[in-house]
Design a protein around this ligand. Structure first.
Ligand SMILES: Nc1ncnc2c1ncn2[C@@H]1O[C@H](COP(=O)(O)OP(=O)(O)OP(=O)(O)O)[C@@H](O)[C@H]1O
Length: 286
């Protein structure tokens, strides 16, 4: 994709941290799901948040994106406070996300699903759409153009007119990424993007995530259980366990951190699911 063909996806020459989180906490009744977590995400980096099942990762994303109101703490995107904003306002501020459980519109084709993401950026009003005004038609054309560009970017252009739910599972995850990118984010949060993918799809995902950062200038933060992917892709890793940050640092630091090993391995059934094998795989292949 040439620079000229690229929509404005929030690429910025500014440096420093794009997201700054301080003391983020979420208490559900008697359960502290996220406990006083700080996180700084450098601009145009690829970072990961990992941790065993129930560590608080998705709750953390839900607070950043306005789905849950934090019990306490602050979230600043480029210096703009996001606390108290609705999810659509957080998207407008520049954060897009995908979900652990794929959330596509079953009755829409791939292009329409991605256009939904673009609509969050468009100027046409409800009245425009009712009256089919010039502005409505211009907005729809722009949404379609951006959707096609993003479908091409993630490698799904040929499925443009296929129902989203007819796509193979791995491609549905890519379609969600295309929809998130269509909102022109500065930062994209990917919640378990490799879940359910086969090794070939995971390799493709890895190169897609790198292109999101390198070609579009979008910062990427992922939650992921695939340690091989996390260790090879991330520049910085934060580890949560029982809602608390137990470690952060470079992949080789995390891989050799005894607290992290204990969090994954010392948990019986959880370790059996993805702990020991994945941690060892990450060590061997990073
Ligand atoms: N809406 C809610 N109400 C009550 N408890 C919740 C709610 N959402 C999450 N929790 C609890 O908060 C804790 C953290 O859950 P969360 O889903 O954030 O973990 P996670 O690290 O994303 O787990 P996984 O890797 O399994 O997706 C869990 O104990 C969970 O049961």
């Amino acid at each position: 994709m040439t620079a000229a063909a690229r929509p404005n996806l929030g690429k910025s020459a500014a440096s420093g941290n794009i997201l700054s989180i301080k003391g983020l906490t979420k208490i559900f009744g008697g359960l502290t799901a996220v406990n006083n977590v700080d996180l700084e995400i450098p601009r145009q980096s690829i970072v990961s948040v990992i941790g065993p099942n129930g560590a608080g990762k998705t709750t953390f994303f839900n607070m950043i994106t306005g789905i849950y109101e934090p019990s306490s703490g602050t979230v600043d995107l480029d210096g703009e406070n996001l606390i108290g904003l609705r999810p659509d306002q957080v998207t407008a501020a520049g954060i897009a996300r995908t979900f652990q459980n794929i959330r596509l519109f079953a009755s829409m084709d791939s292009q329409e699903n991605v256009m939904v993401g673009r609509h969050s950026r468009l100027k046409a009003t409800y009245i425009d759409s009712l009256l089919r005004t010039k502005r409505f038609h211009e907005s729809e054309k722009e949404a379609e153009d951006v959707a096609n560009l993003m479908l091409e970017f993630v490698g799904l252009a040929r499925f443009r007119h296929d129902l989203a739910t007819n796509l193979p599972y791995g491609d549905q995850r890519k379609l969600e990424i295309a929809r998130a990118l269509a909102t022109s984010p500065k930062l994209v949060l990917l919640d378990e993007p490799a879940a359910g993918m086969n090794p070939r799809e995971t390799e493709e995902l890895k190169s897609l995530i790198r292109r999101i950062r390198d070609d579009l200038g979008v910062t990427v933060c992922l939650i992921e259980h695939d340690m091989r992917l996390v260790m090879t892709l991330s520049e910085h890793i934060t580890v949560l366990d029982y809602g608390t940050k137990i470690a952060e640092g470079l992949p080789h630091e995390i891989r050799n951190n005894p607290k992290v090993m204990e969090a994954y391995l010392g948990r019986g059934a959880v370790a059996g699911e993805y702990g020991k094998e994945e941690v060892v795989k990450g060590s061997a292949n990073a």
